[in-house]
Design a protein around this ligand. Structure first.
Ligand SMILES: Cc1cc2nc3c(=O)[nH]c(=O)nc-3n(C[C@H](O)[C@H](O)[C@H](O)COP(=O)(O)OP(=O)(O)OC[C@H]3O[C@@H](n4cnc5c(N)ncnc54)[C@H](O)[C@@H]3O)c2cc1C
Ligand code: SF4
Length: 332
């Protein structure tokens, strides 16, 4: 592995100062390092658009970012909180069981013990060409997408264009269903961005997966209080029953008016370059009896799916998983 400088920031403002001081170098923030150090840098994955960092700024040494705060019904989770701490927090378990289910489905206990929420949400894609040092594809700053002409069985069926990655983060899919907000800070100040607008697809910028600029990082995730009686559902289908990324996942959070869908969200992982909100399905359910409508509503996902040569199976899978997840959330 190539050498790098590592700084243990102890406050957010110190981390921002380090970003400013190193603005003309390749600099990255790091959480547990399971993706950045253990994956990308060790596997020599780089390209014109993906330079090896010269400088890493450790966020796990910033106390403020390792805390979970409850304020009324909403919860603010520091970006450097480990996934195990998310899973074991009683307030999160009581209010947001969906987040606990999604975080529990990430990787292995060992990785969850040191992998952070911020690292999970901001991890880089797993496309095997992107992760192979020999493929200088669009996402690394090259001029080709190898997935278009090669093995694309795990790639996107919705929203791919130029690049066909699927977003790898299970917690991001759940947090989008929970209408969470990202708190961001950086050299030019701080801002809040709803998860609805946090992730960006290749059409907007093929080199990034979210709105973070080079000199910014995520400090917290804020999850608003759900309405009382909200139903939650989570399903993740994997290729193998040991730890694995989602072939397809579905998160659901919705309220009822009698037996009818009142309001809520259905989000999908493993199908699109961004955690994907299945609005076509939500719209088909709005105001309707859920049990009577869900089959037909889930089929609406076909209207936005554009599978590649080897992944049409995902369209069938996601349709079935949407139906199953919503019915399980109802308790049926
Ligand atoms: C074998 C294996 C299986 C896995 N399976 C799954 C799975 O099933 N589901 C799943 O969701 N994930 C899975 N992962 C990914 C794993 O969960 C992530 O590697 C981990 O959550 C990342 O956390 P980290 O703190 O170690 O990230 P790091 O490696 O520290 O960071 C990852 C990336 O995010 C950036 N980053 C970190 N923190 C911030 C921040 N606060 N603001 C902005 N950018 C930031 C870093 O610069 C880096 O680019 C798997 C990983 C492995 C190795
Ligand atoms: S899908 Fe994206 S990351 Fe994968 S080869 Fe194509 S451009 Fe690269």
């Amino acid at each position: 592995m190539r050498a790098f400088e590592l700084y243990d920031a102890t406050t957010v403002s110190q981390a921002v100062d380090l970003l400013r001081q190193n603005s003309n170098r390749a600099v990255k923030v790091v959480g547990g390092g399971s993706d950045l150090v253990g994956g990308i840098m060790k596997d020599w994955v780089h390209g014109n658009g993906l330079p090896f960092p010269d400088v890493l700024i450790d966020l796990t040494t910033i106390k403020e970012l390792t805390a979970i705060k409850v304020d009324g019904g909403s919860i603010t989770i520091g970006a450097a909180v480990t996934l195990s701490d998310v899973i074991n927090n009683k307030d999160i378990a009581d209010r947001f069981p969906l987040l606990v289910s999604a975080a529990s489905s990430v990787a292995s206990p060992l990785i969850r013990n040191f992998g952070t929420l911020g690292g999970n949400i901001n991890q880089r894609p797993r496309c095997w060409f992107f992760r192979g040092e020999d493929f200088n594809c669009y996402k690394k700053g090259g001029d080709f997408c190898y997935a278009v002409t090669s093995d694309n069985r795990y790639h996107a069926i919705i929203g791919g264009e130029l690049c066909y990655i699927v977003h790898p983060s299970d917690t991001a899919t759940a947090l989008l269903a929970l209408n969470a907000k990202a708190k961001i800070t950086g050299v030019d100040g701080s801002r809040d961005v709803q998860f609805d607008n946090y992730f960006i697809g290749p059409r907007e910028d093929v080199l990034r997966e979210n709105v973070l600029k080079k000199n910014e990082f995520m400090t917290h995730v804020e999850v608003p209080s759900p309405s009382s009686g909200t139903k939650f559902g989570w399903t993740k289908l994997k290729d193998r029953q040991v730890y694995d990324f989602a072939l397809t996942s579905v998160a659901a959070a919705f309220t009822l008016d009698g037996n009818n869908w009142k309001d809520g969200r259905i989000t999908l992982g493993g199908v699109s370059p961004v955690p994907y909100r299945a609005k076509v399905v939500e719209d088909a359910l709005k105001g309707k009896d859920i049990k009577a409508t869900i089959k037909q509503a889930a089929a609406q996902i076909r209207t936005v799916a554009r599978p590649m040569s080897l992944n049409a199976y995902k369209v069938e899978v996601v349709q079935g998983l949407i139906e199953r997840t919503v019915l399980e959330a109802l308790g049926n």
